[in-house]
Design a protein around this ligand. Sequence first.
Ligand SMILES: [Zn+2]
Length: 538
Amino acid sequence: MKKLTLLLLITMTISCSKKEKVDIIIINATIYTVNDNFDKAEAFAVKDGKIIDVGTTSIIQSKYASTFINDVQGKTVVPGLIDAHCHFYGLGLQQQKVDLTGTKSFDEVIQKIVDFQKEKNVSYITGRGWDQNDWKIKEFPSNEKLNKLFPNTPISIRRIDGHALLANQAAIDLAGVTINTPFSGGEIHQKNGKLTGLFIDNPMELIESEIPKPSKSEQIQALKDAEKISISHGLTTVDDAGLSREIIELIDSLHLAGDLKIRIYAMVSNTPKDVDYYLSKGIVKTNRLNVRSIKVYGDGALGSRGAAMKEPYSDKHNHYGAILSTPEEYMNIAKQIAASDYQMNSHAIGDSANYLMLKTYKDVLKEKKDRRWRIEHAQILDPEDFKYFDNILPSIQPTHATSDMYWAKDRIGVERMKGAYAYKDLLNNYGKVALGTDFPIERVSPFLTFYAAVARKDLNNYPENGFQMENALTREETLKGMTIWAAYSNFEENEKGSIEVGKLADFIILDKNIMKIKVEKIPYIKVKEVYINGERVK
Ligand SMILES: [Zn+2]
């Protein structure tokens, strides 16, 4: 008996000492690996920022030792989420503006500005979101109180619709505007021969042209603020749909210094200088930054009737929206990009813009395979044109469907709605879709995207049976769209997007099982822990 115990002890010691030391072991988890078979697993081991083994809890525990064993007690683990289309830096800049949406009085507006400045102490205060229709006194405000409180700090705050702004005297003086300043289109309000600070439409530019460009430290703060928000929602990679070289280089330097952890797929904004620079430099790829795409704008948005339609809008006579450049200009930039290793990612909302960009891609790419050129939004398609998505990748934002569903039909009529927000049709044509939000236009949470894709309802359960449910995605398709397919849209499917051996250790732990929970609970899922490169960042 004694001999047996001793033997057992020896074997245990040997097997223990044989265990490979790793950085993290996750055990007792419900893991959706998002591998090719969409397999589930219970455990995995992480070393040097990568996943080195995936399996059952008992096998992983028998093979590996770590000082950090994370027993997640059945919680759900999925790959780190990717937002395939957002404005990450824009979200950060927005944090440096006073958010005045929902204010119930002008006094509340003032209080918010005072609180904001106490915390941020900026040299020029900007903000947006006030709406005098929400106030008891439904009159346009004037700037007297702001002048008293902030005699030396310029303030410029936009109304919710962006078509009016209130400026204090310091901002007016900085812009050199007086009651005699000429302007055309819009209004500059006066009372008793004095400016009240209210500017409507065109003259707003007089004030806003003097708003200083963010300083380096404000740029850095914006990126850090955006990172904090993004990670808190479980995002480990963000595709920023349009950045200048200046910001891309700043991101790279922050990554190198270890001051920014989130991975960024940076689409280069279509300005000739930056495009020439990057196309001649070639792909820029680090462990956390990937620059290999150019963002091009085809048209505007549907809400403001800027989206370019083949036939007139249903609610505005003889109005087609507008293509933003000439077909020749799109052809030229497409040829320039096609001659490089870069990807072309074009914003296209209306059916006319989609057709033009798809045809341009097709004409330029011809037999070139696997260029993964993307259409961003692919919002309204002529049913005839879905077929062009056979080798062009749709990058879509499901919350746009549930934000626009109330009024989109007014803009384009019942018939054209059949090809609108048609995510399943797009998926069926390409075989993959990349999912994103377009934040800060929509809210950051990927769980709202998940819910919109699957349920196609708003948070008030409207419409009861879902909006055009033939175009809903399954939960599996949706999770893939936020992980492996989004990674594919970035040429990164071999390094991220699933929990598999050899992949980067980007993963998140959720409080609920996103694949099983009742659909109406999906928006309220909480992210408990977030890991990037095997490092816990939340
Ligand atoms: Zn966008």
